[in-house]
Design a protein around this ligand. Structure first.
Ligand code: F6P
Length: 546
């Protein structure tokens, strides 16, 4: 893609949105609905099993028209085509960005560098399916011949958050005779707690790391290796039957002692936070089986096709991204709460934190120029209804504007009496309360004492999206994840930032590498940090007992 010749805020469409915001800012959602009763049915869109109601945003049809014009002015379609076309849109790392190929059907053609990558994707998927089937069927046994009953994924960031989230989300579809655990934190407690009740003879570790150099993952993998070998009588040959790897780095995998035959690869055109549908999803596949995993991929693909080919006015990811730009850059929102009313999606907000903020938490454009507008909002959330008894107070009556994405399903996977209707009633009530609130007159009319009226007023006019689907199936989960991936991509195009690098995590990593030996030995050369860091290191050395 060519560089932008005009800064975002200088664009005519951006300025038009600013002027439009001035006009609209006095309009309350109460008035917008009263003057336009059809908006609740009209301001909706549907794709890949997901229905979106975005009518409770502080917008009119004109807002959508202007936002779509902004997307066009930013060349969104050309950027989408460049991504699907395998161009090196990750400009700071000179890489293609082709996670959409991970879920393309066998017959599809997606090329980069003149090569169709789809056959290699399916070759790995077939190997994963074969391996997962052998583990699930008891054919792949441990060193002593015992069946594998426990699978522990070791990884961090994109090599952990997606697999954890997907395992939790699809637990209903999982083989309950298998124990699936995840270790990510370099805090030893994570590995110790994950393994304390496991029999090494029945445990398979999947070491998941794109680079196979990440400090946390390598430390955990080494300690897991020691635990396993120790538990199996000290025979290092056990490693071959109890460790497999998912990585792009074959050399480091064999240096660790894992047979390359037991390595599942992926490619530099898959970013870590976009990799849960690559071999990084091996733990997911073992948990739910190859068929469900392929259904998950198909859901991703349905949303990819929708994103690639649907006019922006009906395009779910584009609409949600444009609304987030509207709420962030024009209404001044600093965060977006993602609130799944589905307990199986309890790790979805945590997964989104990396996807959204590691991608678009940037302060310079693709060309390296400092931006003069806000980029990624903070994404956060908790499953409903738990959040209602925690932070919703602030969303309803606090001083900050927090747009919400509600996610809910028409059918429960585990129906239980009236529970599901009560759950759904709550999510509908929350969106209604946020939008319309309760006026002082309404509060007073209920007989509330005058002194209490201000405390019981709900200002309303708080925007939200409602995503509704039939049932949480693997395919719907895939569509939901792809939806947010493409929201992030669309945001990055509007904000003109590279969503596919993460230089911001490097400085802390490098400093930590330097501090480790300073903590381990008091005889290292004099500390040369700032006075605060030096003093903390000295204090730690005095306090540590082991
Ligand atoms: O946090 C930085 C990061 O590079 C993420 O982007 C990535 O998902 C994570 O570390 C783990 O990296 P790897 O899979 O190479 O171990």
């Amino acid at each position: 893609m060519t560089a932008l010749d005009e800064s975002l805020t200088a664009r005519a469409t951006w300025r038009a949105l600013g002027a439009h915001h001035e006009m609209l800012q006095a309009a309350h959602l109460r008035a917008l609905f009263a003057n336009d009763p059809g908006r609740g049915e009209r301001l909706t869109a549907e794709a890949a099993g997901l229905f979106l109601d975005y009518s409770k945003n502080r917008i009119t049809d004109e807002t959508i028209g202007l936002l779509v014009q902004l997307a066009q002015a930013c060349g969104l379609q050309a950027h989408i085509d460049a991504m699907f076309g395998g161009e090196h849109i990750n400009n700071t790392e000179d890489r293609a960005v082709l996670h959409v190929a991970l879920r393309a059907p066998r017959s599809a053609v997606l090329t980069t560098g003149g090569k169709n990558v789809v056959p290699a994707v399916h070759e790995v998927l077939d190997r994963m399916s074969d391996f997962a089937t052998r583990v699930r069927g008891g054919e792949w046994t441990g060193h002593t011949g015992k069946r594998i009953r426990n699978v522990v994924n070791i990884g961090i960031g994109g090599s952990d958050l997606g697999p954890v989230m997907a395992y939790e989300a699809l637990r209903h579809y999982s083989d309950r005779s298998l124990t699936i655990r995840f270790v990510s934190n370099v805090d030893g407690a994570d590995l110790v707690e994950a393994t304390h009740d496991l029999d090494p003879a029945e445990t398979l570790f999947i070491v998941s790391s794109k680079t196979f150099t990440t400090l946390e993952t390598m430390s955990n993998a080494q300690s897991a290796r020691d635990w396993c070998v120790r538990g199996l009588g000290g025979d290092t040959n056990a490693v071959a039957k109890h460790f497999v790897a998912v990585s792009t780095n074959a050399d480091k995998v064999s240096a660790f002692g894992i047979d390359p035959a037991n390595m599942f690869g992926f490619w530099d055109w898959v970013g870590g936070r976009y990799s849960m549908d690559s071999a990084i999803g091996l733990s997911t596949m073992i948990a739910v089986g190859p068929e469900h995993f392929r259904a998950l991929l198909n859901g991703f693909h349905q949303m990819d096709e929708h994103f690639r080919r649907t006019p922006f006015e009906q395009n779910l990811p584009v609409l949600m991204a444009l609304l987030s730009v509207w709420n962030t850059n024009f209404l001044g929102a600093q965060s977006i709460a993602v609130l799944p009313y589905e307990n199986y999606l309890r790790r979805f907000p945590a997964y989104l934190q990396q996807l959204t903020m590691e991608s678009n938490g940037k302060r310079v454009t693709r060309e390296g120029v400092a931006v003069d507008y806000h980029t990624s909002p903070v994404y956060w959330g908790e499953p409903g209804t738990n959040g209602q008894h925690s932070f919703y107070q602030l969303i309803h009556q606090g001083t900050r504007l927090i747009p919400c994405d509600f996610i809910v399903f028409a059918n429960a996977l585990t129906p239980l009496g009236r529970h599901h209707d009560i759950l759904v009633a709550n999510v509908l009530a929350q969106a209604e309360a946020l939008a319309f609130g309760k006026t002082a007159e309404e509060v007073a009319a209920e007989g509330t004492a005058a002194a209490l009226v201000p405390h019981r007023v709900f200002e309303g006019n708080r925007p939200s999206n409602m995503l509704l689907a039939d049932t949480l199936t693997p395919a719907v989960l895939g569509a939901l994840i792809a939806l947010y991936e493409h929201i992030v991509f669309t945001q990055s195009v509007i904000w003109n930032v590279n969503a596919f690098d993460q230089w911001g995590v490097e400085l802390g990593k490098a400093l930590a590498q330097a501090i480790v030996p300073e903590l381990e030995s008091a005889s290292t050369p004099a500390l040369a940090h700032d006075s605060s860091t030096n003093a903390l290191i000295h204090k730690y050395r005095r306090l540590r007992t082991a």
